[in-house]
Design a protein around this ligand. Sequence first.
Ligand code: SF4
Ligand code: SF4
Length: 230
Amino acid sequence: MSPESAPVLPPPAAGAASAASAASGAPRFAAAVANPKVMRHALTTNEKLFVGPFLKSLLYTFSRMFKKDITRRYPEQKMENKPSLHGVPVLVMKEDGAPRCVACGLCEFVCPPRAIDIQPGETDRPIEREPKSFVIDMLRCIECSYCEEVCPEEAIVMSTDYEVVGRRREDFVWDLKKLLKPIAQLKDRIAWVRRTYRRWDSNADASAPPEGGVYRDPRWAGKSKPVDHH
Ligand code: SF4
Ligand code: SF4
């Protein structure tokens, strides 16, 4: 709609305007409400005829036809599954089916939108503590990877899975069963994490527990990693 054709409301009746202004307690706006000032952009002849802008837009459209595509035709064209891809966070499941997580709660604490909820419990394994319930609300998660960065056990990492779909809200609340992924699937990401955060030896086997390597972080230079009792 052109500015000239924009509808202008008729001024209200004097009695109604004064009654409304008195009721709202803002008499100083009464004059402006009764006589609204409409700012209009004066159209040039070219704009009035519309031919010029129309041809210009057509020219732009046709010029794009001979240039390389800069958009991805999703979902037919998927993103490359590179380890650096920030998908949704998932939990690392060891070869024996147990989670690496020790329910320390650091990720829950650091998560900006409070998307993580952990209920810790005791276990007979040497680690003594494990998550009885671990839930991430994917509708809240902003995929910031803070949980991955803070986790001392490499137990939560960002995956290459970026398609989070569902029909009900419950579909987006992922529990342990849905979050746990075999470590073999996450090896590349774990190796990428080690290289990127430079916390420990990037040459270490990504599927091995963080044990016996050497920290690269200058604060920990020369110190060995604590023995992993998983
Ligand atoms: S990626 Fe960020 S928002 Fe999502 S669960 Fe981890 S810390 Fe929370
Ligand atoms: S920071 Fe790591 S070990 Fe601690 S609760 Fe989160 S996933 Fe588990």
